[in-house]
Design a protein around this ligand. Sequence first.
Ligand code: CTP
Ligand code: MN
Ligand code: MN
Ligand code: MN
Length: 371
Amino acid sequence: EQQGVEAPVFSAASYACQRSTPQPGHNTLLTDSLAVLAESAELNGDEGRAVAFRRSEALLRSLDRRVQGVAELRGLPCLGEHSRRVIQDVLDNGKSSEVEETKSSSRYKAMKVLTGIFGVGVKTAKRWFTEGICSLAQLETSGHTLNPAQQAGLKYYADLNQPVTRDEADAISVTVEEAVCSVLPGAQVTLAGGFRRGKTSGHDVDFLITHPDEGKEEGLVHKVTACLESRGVLLYHQTTRNTYQESPEGAGRPRSNMDRFERCFSILKLVQDPVQVEADQTDSGCRPWRAVRVDLVVSPISQFAFALLGWTGSKLFEREMRRWAVHEKSMSLSSHALYDNNQKRYLTASSEEEIFAHLGLEYVSPSGRNA
Ligand code: CTP
Ligand code: MN
Ligand code: MN
Ligand code: MN
């Protein structure tokens, strides 16, 4: 480029739901750094700070080419002083000292190990860390009583911390579809979560299940888990029934980020391809199967579009859509419904496209929701 000519300025909308965010984007050195700081804030229970870093990370991931200098970022939304400092550091030195310090801190490392156990949240991990527990071995000898989820989490720790590949997700899909259709013919199974957004690996596999005849889907999770159990592939499950009908959301109700669908957080046994097992055997001496985290969510067909939007993610994209709805449109969006606070009525939708349209947003396809 010619000297003295000002670098072209990027432009971007301020809400992540107003733009398309691919995975992994063109600035992975920067976004990986900001993601560490976001994660560290999450592990400290500092939600506000975590969201601020997540927003800057998503903004940079949405840019259509590589950032060469901070000057190019002038005027862009979502980038606070702190994020800009980190970006500057990475652009100047190839890495950020704050990120390096964070990654090597004993607190961050211990919190990652402990929250890496399925069933262990930030609060529990913090309490254990305060007691000096930093590793799985220390936890096992600590004498703490673990709940069933945590016991399963510890038992399958290695498997559950090994990313699920797209092929494995497809194999799990076959198992889940077979089980669902054998207990309720005509039911529809849709892959949601990160894999629907086109990610090539994930920490679990998410499925949304519905049936074209409203009501037929009631109690389905229980039947599906019974079927999976009889086939010997259910290693762990925790089922929650649907509580939406008991107290639907509406005007003035406190909005919770948790939806109230019938669902099941489970661990399934994925029997592996014999050829693949043979190839793996040398280094892992492994059994012919691995444990995989699977989420099953059941939605009535009338709420399906909202459920699909909500369970496709990403978490930040969903959060931004809800923030947009409230602050820009005076509407309340959840995984169940969309309520217009001005018109004082629910707006129905049978597709994700309709929901975006109700909200006055341009449609963003799942692969663009990797905020
Ligand atoms: N979700 C939710 N309620 C929960 C858990 C998850 O609504 N109790 C939604 C999240 O908001 C997200 C989607 O389900 O939009 C998938 O969540 P999750 O599996 O945690 O994340 P993924 O985006 O699929 O990423 P990963 O590959 O790590 O699984
Ligand atoms: Mn997922
Ligand atoms: Mn995740
Ligand atoms: Mn999930």
